[in-house]
Design a protein around this ligand. Structure first.
Ligand code: GTP
Ligand code: MG
Length: 197
């Protein structure tokens, strides 16, 4: 995918801050520190537009990145970070729920899991939730560079068996593994008009 332009258009702490643009959106979900921002940066060819950090829980708003003036990557706050105070966590949860349930521009979601750990209980709750919705999604199993080939095969089988039929793409933001497959999966959605579903 040739990236001509990529810009952070909005950091939304509430739905009123969501951009008004009528372009298709790709949502990136996953546990805190799993590699959501790194996936976006990697898909943009290493532009480092999405802020990455080794400290979990740094993405506190919903960040909307407009790509090639044609679609958005939407970086959602990570879940499962214990040190975030409860009231703040509830606010994020509600913001994410509103975004995922009500955003008309949302066309496809990517749920990221850590290939070394596999889907956690909270990941599986999200998968169950996504499977009940008409919206398409797939799983990206990231940090593949940390595993051997044999371990990766085991991890893939484990993730596939737990996530019941959801497609799983093995990824490494370090090596670019899975880059072509993720873009190929996104292609039909990012060329949609926002009014299509
Ligand atoms: P929050 O926004 O805090 O929820 O985190 P995030 O999900 O956006 O994670 P982020 O992309 O900031 O990555 C967290 C850490 O994992 C960073 O130290 C990254 O360098 C590392 N990381 C992400 N993807 C990969 C990968 O594919 N391989 C390796 N080895 N490290 C990765
Ligand atoms: Mg992040």
């Amino acid at each position: 995918m040739k990236i001509v332009s990529a810009e952070l258009v909005a950091s939304a702490a509430k739905p009123a801050h969501f951009p008004l643009e009528d372009l298709p959106e790709v949502a990136i979900l996953g546990r805190s520190n799993v590699g959501k921002s790194s996936l976006i940066n990697s898909l943009l060819g290493g532009k480092r537009l999405a802020f990455t950090s080794s400290t979990p829980g740094r993405t506190r708003q919903i960040n909307f990145f407009r790509i090639n003036q044609r679609f958005f990557f939407v970086d959602l706050p990570g879940y499962g970070y214990a040190k975030v105070i409860r009231s703040l966590r509830d606010v994020w949860e509600e913001l994410i729920r509103v975004y995922l349930s009500e955003r008309r521009q949302l066309k496809v979601s990517i749920l990221i899991v850590d290939s070394r750990i596999g889907p956690t209980h909270q990941d599986l709750q999200r998968v169950g939730w996504l499977q009940q919705k008409p919206l398409p999604f797939f799983i990206v199993s990231t940090k593949a560079d940390k595993l051997s080939r044999v371990e990766l095969q085991k991890s893939l089988k484990h993730t596939q068996s737990l996530c019941m039929k959801a497609p799983v793409v093995i990824y490494s933001a370090v090596h670019g593994t899975g880059y072509d497959e993720v873009w190929a999966r996104l292609q039909p959605y990012i060329s949609m008009r926002s009014s299509q579903s």
